[in-house]
Design a protein around this ligand. Sequence first.
Ligand SMILES: Cc1cc2nc3c(=O)[nH]c(=O)nc-3n(C[C@H](O)[C@H](O)[C@H](O)COP(=O)(O)O)c2cc1C
Length: 356
Amino acid sequence: MPSKDVDLFSRLYAGALDLKNRVVMAPMTRGRAADDGTPTELMAEYYAQRASAGLIITEGVYPCDMGKGYLRTPGICTDEQVDAWRQITDAVHAAGGVIVMQLMHAGRISDPSFLPGGATPVSASAVPARGESLTDAGPKPFVTPRAMTIDEIEEVIEDYRTATATALFAGFDGVELHAASGYLPEQFLCSRSNLRDDEYGGSLENRARFILELADAMASVRSGDYIGIKLAPEMVFNDIADDTPQDTYSYLVEQLNDYRLAYLHVAQFEASTDYHELLRPLFRGDAYLAGGNLTQASAEEMVRSGRADAAVFGNAFISNPDLPERFRHNAPLTEPDRDTFYTPGPKGYTDYPPMS
Ligand SMILES: Cc1cc2nc3c(=O)[nH]c(=O)nc-3n(C[C@H](O)[C@H](O)[C@H](O)COP(=O)(O)O)c2cc1C
């Protein structure tokens, strides 16, 4: 409910998550993990620097080896990876932060060079995305993926269940299902990338089934109170497209209510409609997180008016590790350097200073 007493600095309870403010750090792939997907000490420093966020959502993390889609992205599959994530959650908690892991399976937005034994990427159907994968050997056109069998779908759902349990074991406060940006879950959801004629394709009910089963599996680990989901309707990134996005996302959100999730995170970009207005009233979980090109002023307006419970910032958190403090003091923001978004090492990663 709108309340004039609520602002970006108000506390927020979202399921099991206790946010000290409503300024949320967006999930952002930064390419600072080891080649084998093990998180690094540098990542612990980076996330701990940003612990003043009400909530940190990690970069996309692959739940199984076939989910890896980019260079130096982290996984949560091996003991080494789990131990390294534990260092990160400890560092963030020691700095007073709250952190959830985003699970991301790239599906067709991968390349054999990232996958075990040079395997062909998998997807809902054998429909390639237009565009290029940024591989070690330079940009390569996306390959035609292989359509997953029913057994493989069931296995991946189990991988998400296991990854969720493992993330909570590694000290994460919750787990977010990445169902945006044209990755595997959205490849099932959207009509142009899903041409299946079994129970995972065809009708809207069937196309949504994979995401709903993922949410169900993740919520089954402890409860929906530990789980959030990210959507970004009509985001054209990674060549994803749906013929009836308003119906598709409305249906999905209504069905997600069954799992009593902690939050729904919607990133809105240029689109045919205002999805915050469409989806927020449909969601009956605890908290609605809105993101996508927000400024302090627009975020403040959304939270004060009750259009969102919290505001999610991506770019601004890259270059302003103490973003909530800057907002509190109306301090100027530092612009991020795009050239170092995905490059290895501390430059453009942990070397942005806090406000002096
Ligand atoms: C460098 C970079 C990496 C990103 N990686 C991810 C990702 O791993 N998962 C995800 O859901 N979104 C990712 N995003 C999108 C952000 O979460 C966010 O939706 C987007 O940046 C819009 O918010 P902003 O305008 O405040 O930056 C990424 C964005 C940037 C800039």
